[in-house]
Ligand binder design. Structure first.
Ligand code: AMP
Length: 143
């Protein structure tokens, strides 16, 4: 068990202390996401498209006849809200590659889904777009 040494700092003292050092250490130790590991070739996947900053793979557990994932190469953004705020051009590149792979692997029509937050079903916190196409049985979003 690691103990944290008491400090004499008051509540308004913002100089880095043991807690912020611990957070920095945790960040440095955090595991690369499954998508970063795929990008680095550690885990096999079918790469179906790529641009300078974005890549696309086939989902391992497809929920539709065509189910692809479009993923920024950087792991910097956890979800689409962070991505839109932090790098709108990169979000545009994600949508562009989604369009390209939907044209190549389906008939060009597709549903683009960004699960955002655990309650919405997000399991990988490295932003990614689901490209769903083909015979989409789940009609609640499709009209
Ligand atoms: P989400 O639940 O929205 O975070 O989406 C994560 C997606 O990643 C799920 O649809 C998974 O099936 C998919 N996935 C997880 N591991 C892999 C993998 N090794 N290769 C391809 N897709 C994966």
């Amino acid at each position: 068990m690691t103990s944290v040494a008491p400090t004499s700092r008051g509540p308004c003292d913002t100089t880095p202390g043991p807690m912020s050092e611990a957070v920095t250490r945790l960040d440095a130790m955090s595991e690369p996401s499954i998508f970063t590991r795929i990008l680095q070739g550690e885990i096999p996947a079918e790469i179906v498209g790529e641009t300078e900053n974005v890549f696309a793979i086939r989902d391992i557990a497809p929920q539709a006849p065509v189910h692809l994932l479009v993923i920024p190469k950087t792991p910097q953004y956890r979800n689409v809200v962070e991505l839109a705020a932090g790098d709108p051009d990169l979000l545009t590149e994600v949508v562009g590659l989604a369009n390209t792979v939907a044209a190549e692997y389906a008939d060009g029509d597709f549903r683009l889904v960004f699960n955002t937050g655990e309650g919405a079903g997000q399991t990988v916190f490295h932003v990614h777009a689901h490209v769903l196409a083909g015979d989409l049985n789940e009609k609640s979003l499709g009209g």
